[in-house]
Design a protein around this ligand. Structure first.
Ligand code: SAM
Length: 232
């Protein structure tokens, strides 16, 4: 039984893929994928001993040791160049996911699909993709157990047009998610806007110098931009 969040990640994995699931913890995702798709093989990467042992146990219990190789190491260092064509990284912050991709850039040769599921700061990933030769192919946002998650899928290529008109806003909200503007999306950004408004009132009380004033203006601009999308 897999969480809805990981099922959504799994749905984007191409048939027969050779995947690396980085930060795999119990290796639930690769196990699920292998059971569903007899042609799929996986590497489950884990940096920490506890989760690494959990992953090994789960793979053995599932009878999948021939198809899932559990490896201990930091980020993409567990894979050799050309070994996989798909990478999944789920359940971490966008900052950490971006660091893992950036530090492992040389290992991305031959990788065609990235499926990334940040818990926060998805905008950092969108920026990294844009600056490193990846096109955002699709996005999802969902709510599970009162938390909101995003899933970003990227393929090789360059496409600045995705962020035309308002790059800052589209990097923040996600170009596809903005268009769809589903319930989870609205809920997430309404919550963020409320937060920013609270911060804004603190600014109003603070002694105004030029630097503070600039920050206040930027925040106000962001609030207005996001509210405009929410009220469409
Ligand atoms: N991917 C699973 C999921 O989505 O349910 C597990 C998410 S868990 C919150 C994050 C896992 O990533 C932890 O097991 C942690 O040990 C691992 N991790 C964190 N940083 C890592 C890194 N640099 N390389 C490999 N694994 C890492």
């Amino acid at each position: 039984h897999l969480s809805e969040r990981l099922i959504r990640v799994a749905e984007h994995v191409p048939g027969g893929a050779k995947i690396a699931d980085i930060g795999s913890d119990h290796a639930y995702l690769p196990c699920y994928l292998c059971i569903k798709d007899p042609n799929l093989t996986a590497i489950a990467g884990e940096v920490n001993e506890g989760p690494f042992q959990s992953a090994k146990k789960q793979v053995e219990k599932s009878g999948l040791t021939a198809r899932i190789d559990v490896r201990r190491g930091n980020g993409l260092e567990v894979i050799k160049c050309g070994e996989v064509n798909t990478i999944t990284i789920a359940g971490m912050g966008g900052g950490l996911i971006t660091t893992i991709l950036d530090e492992g850039k040389d290992k991305l040769e031959g990788v065609e699909t990235l499926i990334l599921q940040p818990n926060v700061s998805a905008d950092m990933i969108r920026k990294w993709l844009l600056n490193n030769g990846w096109i955002l192919n699709s996005e999802e946002i969902l709510e599970e157990d009162e938390k909101i998650y995003e899933v970003l899928v990227a393929k090789r290529g360059n496409d600045e047009s995705l962020y035309e008109d308002n790059k800052e806003l589209k990097l923040l909200l996600g170009p596809f998610l903005m268009l769809e503007s589903n319930l989870a999306f609205k809920k997430k950004w309404q919550f963020e806007v409320e937060n920013w408004k609270r911060i804004l009132t603190q600014f109003d009380k603070a002694t105004i110098n030029e630097q503070v004033e600039q920050k206040r203006k930027n925040l106000l601009k962001r609030i207005n931009m996001v509210e405009e999308v929410l009220h469409r």
